[in-house]
Ligand binder design. Structure first.
Ligand code: MAN
Ligand code: CA
Length: 219
């Protein structure tokens, strides 16, 4: 090919390219489609939502069965010693000349008083004037009188009603142990003494003084 031919050919190619690049309607070209790309990754999870409202309160449950009883507690501390009973006090006050019958104890004090004062003194220490209900008690009181060697008042008396002998609490005296010819005092002798030598009773004036004997009950 000569130069001129080459020149014409180049110009033709330039003209075609110029026309294609400035044409409103692009020139139809055959395009080969590429392979489809891979799917993208899943998106990230959204932020955590706000906390929900609390649920409704449930119905109360059925009460359980009662448990077994607990074990007993420990043994408590030892208590203080008890107070001295009447008899204990009486032994301290009347340390001499005791005699007993059953649960009754008779004691004397080396002092003579009339019936009323003797009554008060025995009561003061939780006792009474000796009031024998039977032969055994009368014997014990006699033994006490024998020890002191002195006569002593009994609680039995007829101060309220002449000839009706009663105990301090008003009960009629059932058991009695009078000396022969006693009681003979009528209205002047309304109290009773125990004889320390003969184990017999005699009625005497309540104003006389006699060695104090008292009766206490042992509990
Ligand atoms: C004598 C007797 C008793 C009487 C006393 C006190 O011993 O008559 O009966 O109680 O004297 O008078
Ligand atoms: Ca008498």
């Amino acid at each position: 090919m000569n130069h001129l031919t080459k020149c014409v050919c180049i110009l033709t190619v330039v003209a075609v390219l110029f026309t294609l690049s400035h044409s409103e309607t692009p020139a139809t070209c055959s395009v080969v489609q590429g392979v489809i790309g891979l799917n993208g990754r899943d998106g990230r999870d959204g932020a955590t939502g706000p906390k929900g409202d609390p649920g409704m309160r449930g119905e109360p449950g059925i009460p359980g069965e009662r448990g077994n009883p607990g074990l007993p507690g420990k043994v408590g501390p030892k208590g203080n010693p008890g107070e001295l009973g009447n008899t204990g006090v009486a032994v301290l006050i009347f340390p001499h000349s005791q005699a007993t019958s059953g649960n009754k104890v008779y004691m004397s004090i080396d002092r003579a008083e009339d019936f009323s004062n003797s009554l008060i003194i025995c009561k003061m220490y939780g006792g009474i004037l000796p009031s024998p209900e039977n032969s055994a008690e009368d014997l014990a009181i006699y033994e006490l009188a024998k020890k002191t060697g002195k006569h002593g008042f009994l609680g039995i008396n007829d101060r309220q009603l002449e000839g009706k002998f009663v105990h301090i609490d008003g009960r009629p005296a059932v058991y009695m142990n009078w000396r022969d010819t006693e009681p003979n005092g009528q209205r002047t002798e309304n109290c009773v003494e125990q004889d320390p030598k003969r184990r017999k009773w005699n009625d005497i004036p309540c104003e006389w003084t006699r060695t104090i004997m008292c009766e206490f009950k042992m509990i």
